[in-house]
Unconditional design. Structure first.
Length: 341
């Protein structure tokens, strides 16, 4: 009879072996190209390299879209590759092969996917990644690699801090201006006999918008697979991960589209003022912000001035524009506190 611990160790070993390419770097993809030479080796190498770059883009886009050929067949690979390096190449029997490690141009890819209606891209907001896994298995490197690429394809900026606890996430996001929190908790329980192995997975996944304090996506899954074949168990687990990603694409895209159309009421509080000139000079600066409207000075006290208005767009965009004017900023809900430059 196999022990549960022994089965988990084997699952871990196979997972680390199969996903080793993902663990090399969180922002790179491995692509392979192989062709049957019909011309010189120089031409064969060039063609195999192009196939390898295209293969890398296919794997990248497949993280968010299950039909990547619909995109890749209509683009020139080098337009969406920031840099690459050849890992291996050579002749094998009647073929010439090239293996490359590519760093995609994530911003251009996100824009392209948005233009094609595959997803709605963000505007560079930060998303905090948090993972909780089985005690006997540490797959953070693989999870981080997968979800880092996933959110980069949305035009978002993934943030990860291995020292954070679940209870610290909200405070950390607030202190660091992070717009989203993504949580993924996984548990694996196995029941083994001499003839069968039942593997039960528990996934708890959520994506939250910290600015609006709203859950964008949340799911609890308990899929099972009845098999003694560890490779089948592994494949099943990875398939669940990818299917979650496809579900999140729709929810996150809808949310981002809704936010872009949203007009929000905002309040800007100017602190540490010493003269009326500072109050009105600041007002003149803030009125020039793109997307601001109905903006006026509502209240003046000895210690602060309060401005109110409406802003069409994302709160992080408003904060970035105010910061670009040279102000020190603190964000509390829809109130932006600033100190004069």
């Amino acid at each position: 009879m196999r022990s549960d611990v022994g089965l988990l160790v084997k699952v871990l070993f196979l997972l680390l072996f199969i996903l080793s390419s993902l663990a090399r770097a969180t922002e790179t993809i491995i692509g392979t190209g192989e062709i049957t030479p019909r011309a010189s080796l120089v031409e064969a190498r060039k063609m195999a390299l192009n196939v390898a770059l295209k293969d890398g883009l296919l794997k990248t886009i497949k993280l968010v879209y299950p039909y990547p050929h619909q995109i890749v067949d209509q683009i020139y690979p080098l337009d969406f590759v920031e840099k690459y390096r050849i890992l291996d190449e050579g002749e094998a029997e009647n073929t010439y092969y090239v293996q490359v490690e590519i760093c995609p141009d994530w911003d251009r890819l996100a824009t392209k996917l948005d233009q094609r209606g595959i997803l709605c891209r963000g505007e560079g907001e930060k998303v905090l990644l948090f993972f909780k896994q089985p005690e006997d298995i540490d797959l953070k490197a693989q999870f981080l690699s997968f979800w880092n690429k996933f959110f980069l394809l949305f035009g978002l900026r993934p943030v990860y801090n291995d020292g954070l606890k679940a209870d610290d996430l909200s405070d950390y996001a607030f202190d660091h201006g992070i717009s989203y929190i993504f949580r993924l908790a996984e548990e694996i329980n196995t029941t083994s006999t001499d003839t069968a192995s039942l593997c039960t997975f528990q996934f708890d996944v959520s994506l939250e918008d910290t600015t609006y304090n709203q859950t964008i996506y949340q799911v609890h899954l308990e899929p099972q697979i009845n098999t003694t074949d560890i490779e089948e168990i592994l494949s099943f687990s990875l398939n669940q991960l990818q299917q979650m990603a496809y579900d999140i694409v729709s929810s996150l895209s809808s949310w981002l589209e809704k936010k872009k159309e949203k007009v929000i009421s905002v309040q800007v509080v100017l602190k540490n003022i010493s003269s009326y000139k500072e109050i009105f000079d600041t007002w003149d600066k803030l009125k020039q912000i793109r997307g601001i409207s109905d903006f006026y000075l509502r209240e003046i006290t000895p210690k602060q001035a309060v401005y109110v208005g409406r802003f069409r767009g994302l709160m992080p965009d408003l904060v970035d524009q105010i910061a670009g004017l040279g102000f020190a900023i603190k964000l509390r809900d829809h109130t932006v506190e600033i100190n004069r430059p």
